[in-house]
Design a protein around this ligand. Structure first.
Ligand SMILES: [Zn+2]
Length: 300
């Protein structure tokens, strides 16, 4: 296993560098040490590579996805908190699977993956929080800011007084925004990107890849590039629809993943993601549905 990314300290906040640069299935977790209690945010698989996981009195998850909750089991006695729109997923495996909305064999296979590779243990007592809720750790505080789209309950956290903004899976990667689950929303993700753009902080942390960005200019450039991927998907889709295509054609063409990528959930994700692009473009009069699941671009 590669050496983890070095940890970064910002007062009460430590961004715990993940294994393999925080590439999926790994990630960078965040530890907040207050005078009264200590919180771990998004305990990742990377924590299993440490001699001992850092102690924590409470677990916060930015959202209910396998890689963000993979270390929750390391804190069996710590209360666990997710946004109220995602919290059902951590309470039961069936509700966790409803967040993805996989079908058939993909659903069966991913249930096994969740338990065996991501150590999922249901937490029936998990607490739901809301936008604006504050976790007071004594001499520092964690503010929950609902930032939906990736999942319905996805939340970013602002930690004071250290002024660190943890962005979860608004990961600023070249892959771009992911909104391919049953509980995802492209429209909500776009509103979230605009909201996050207005949040100023001393440091911006992501779960995957980047880790920490220390200056606002770099953050804004990465955020804009990340957001631009949505427009690029629209443009590629419109070009593809220069001649009539079925939804099956669109799915097979691959707009989210690359043509060579081979994971069994990809068709489900392409269908859900691109259906949202199609309905948005149809509402804007740029795509016409000429038959059931049959589309063509309208001349501009
Ligand atoms: Zn996620």
């Amino acid at each position: 296993m590669d050496a983890p990314t070095p940890d970064r300290e910002y007062g009460h906040v430590t961004v715990l560098g993940g294994v393999r640069g925080g590439k999926y299935p790994y990630g960078h977790s965040v530890l907040v040490r207050g005078s009264e209690e200590q919180i771990i945010i998004d305990p990742s698989l990377s924590l299993l590579a440490r001699p001992t996981p850092p102690p924590a009195d409470r677990v916060l998850n930015s959202h209910c996805h396998e890689d963000h909750v993979a270390g929750n089991h390391l804190y069996p006695r710590a209360p666990c908190h997710l946004h109220e729109r995602d919290v059902a997923g951590i309470r039961s495996l069936d509700d966790f699977m409803n967040i993805y909305g996989f079908t058939g064999e993909t659903d069966t296979a991913f249930r096994k993956t969740l338990v065996e590779q991501f150590h999922f243990v249901p937490c029936p007592d998990a607490h739901g929080f809301r936008d604006g809720d504050v976790f007071d750790l004594g001499d520092c505080r964690v503010h929950a800011l609902h930032a939906p789209g990736h999942t319905s309950g996805h939340t970013v956290f602002h930690i004071e007084p250290d002024d660190v903004l943890y962005l979860g899976d608004i990961d600023l990667s070249s892959f771009g925004p992911y909104y391919g689950d049953a509980s995802s929303s492209l429209l909500e993700f776009e509103a979230t990107l605009a909201m996050v753009r207005g949040l100023e902080a001393r440091a911006y942390a992501t779960f995957h890849h980047i880790g920490v960005i220390d200056d606002r200019e770099t953050f804004l450039a990465r955020l804009d590039r990340f957001a631009q991927v949505i427009a690029a998907r629209d443009a590629r889709l419109l070009a593809f629809l220069a001649e009539p295509r079925t939804l099956a054609d669109v799915i097979a063409h691959r707009f989210i993943y690359r043509p060579g990528d081979d994971l069994d959930f990809i068709d489900d994700v392409e269908r859900r993601s691109m259906t949202q692009h199609l309905s948005r473009l149809a509402a804007a009069g740029r795509v016409e549905e000429i038959g059931p699941e049959h589309f063509v671009a309208r001349a501009a």
